[in-house]
Design a protein around this ligand. Structure first.
Ligand SMILES: Nc1ncnc2c1ncn2[C@@H]1O[C@H](COP(=O)(O)OP(=O)(O)OP(=O)(O)O)[C@@H](O)[C@H]1O
Ligand SMILES: [Mg+2]
Length: 258
């Protein structure tokens, strides 16, 4: 059985894609079979790795392909592209279908990678709701500025409201909140970090990802942070610690649920 994780927040630019790519790569380096799914019309994972395929999420939702074919990015890491603009049509199809609650989940039910990680769009739509009905966990990334905090607050409320509304069967739990871009020397960043700690003490991951040139550069070289400059960067060190913390928390949650 797969463990499915969405990296999600409605706010743009919170490093969803950066976290999804690096988490998937780090888990693959631990020799677990990982599938990275892009569900964003912007198709930023495709842009990063310059790899695309007709067999993509949009075409699966629209019934244009029946068998899954994945792109192998590296050993143990497969990738399933979004289809870019075709996600607009796929999204409206998901909104119209009578069986929308189960559709996405059913379509992806034959995926059996150990871990599935979904990069999401900066929006709240039927695609987001379908993803929430498919995944086990959500990781919320946040940049330590005022709008980042407010975006975090928003998505946490939306997830809670969606679960309470019982509009669809949603068992997704927030696994944690990850600070993905912090400037620890500024007062604003410190204040927002403190606010996040006070508000979500149990959920906030301890390892904070600071602003880093290597994290920004790696996608320009079609690389994850662990391969970029052979992983000898501060960015790789910080992401390694965050990913380990995330993996430990997944194991703990799995144990707790037994
Ligand atoms: N710690 C960091 N230090 C410096 N730059 C970073 C860091 N994390 C992410 N970035 C850069 O910030 C930008 C936004 O990151 P990313 O694309 O991952 O965000 P996103 O939440 O996926 O955005 P969108 O909402 O558009 O999908 C990218 O240029 C990325 O390289
Ligand atoms: Mg993105």
């Amino acid at each position: 059985m797969s463990i499915k994780i969405a990296v999600m927040t409605m706010k743009g630019g919170q490093a969803k894609t950066t976290l999804a790519i690096n988490l998937a790569s780090r888990i693959a380096k631990a020799r677990r079979e990982v599938l990275l799914i892009d569900s964003d019309i912007q198709a930023n994972v495709t842009t990063t790795f310059k790899r695309d395929h007709h067999c993509n999420l949009a075409n699966v939702i629209l019934g244009r392909v029946s068998n899954f074919e994945f792109i192998e990015l590296e050993r143990h890491l497969s990738f399933f592209p979004s289809g870019g603009e075709a996600m607009v049509e796929a999204s409206s199809y998901l909104s119209q279908t009578r069986f929308k609650d189960a559709l996405f989940k059913n379509l992806l039910s034959s995926i059996n990678h150990k871990i599935v990680i979904i990069d999401t769009a900066p929006s709240w739509s039927d695609v987001s709701r379908n993803i929430l009905m498919y995944v086990d966990y959500v990781i919320v990334p946040v940049v330590t500025d005022y709008l980042g905090f407010s975006g975090c607050d928003q998505i946490m409320s939306y997830i809670d409201e969606f679960k309470e509304s019982k509009l669809g069967q949603c068992k997704a739990e927030v696994l944690g909140i990850a600070i993905t871009r912090s400037q620890p020397r500024t007062n604003l960043s410190q204040t927002i970090t403190e606010g996040l700690r006070e508000r979500w003490s149990n959920l906030l991951f301890k390892r904070v990802i600071e602003e880093s040139v290597s994290i920004q550069e790696a996608p320009a070289f079609q690389q994850n942070i662990f391969d970029y400059r052979k992983g000898r960067t501060r960015g790789a060190e910080m992401y390694d610690q965050l990913c380990r913390e995330i993996m430990r928390r997944i194991i703990q949650r799995q144990k707790d649920s037994l």
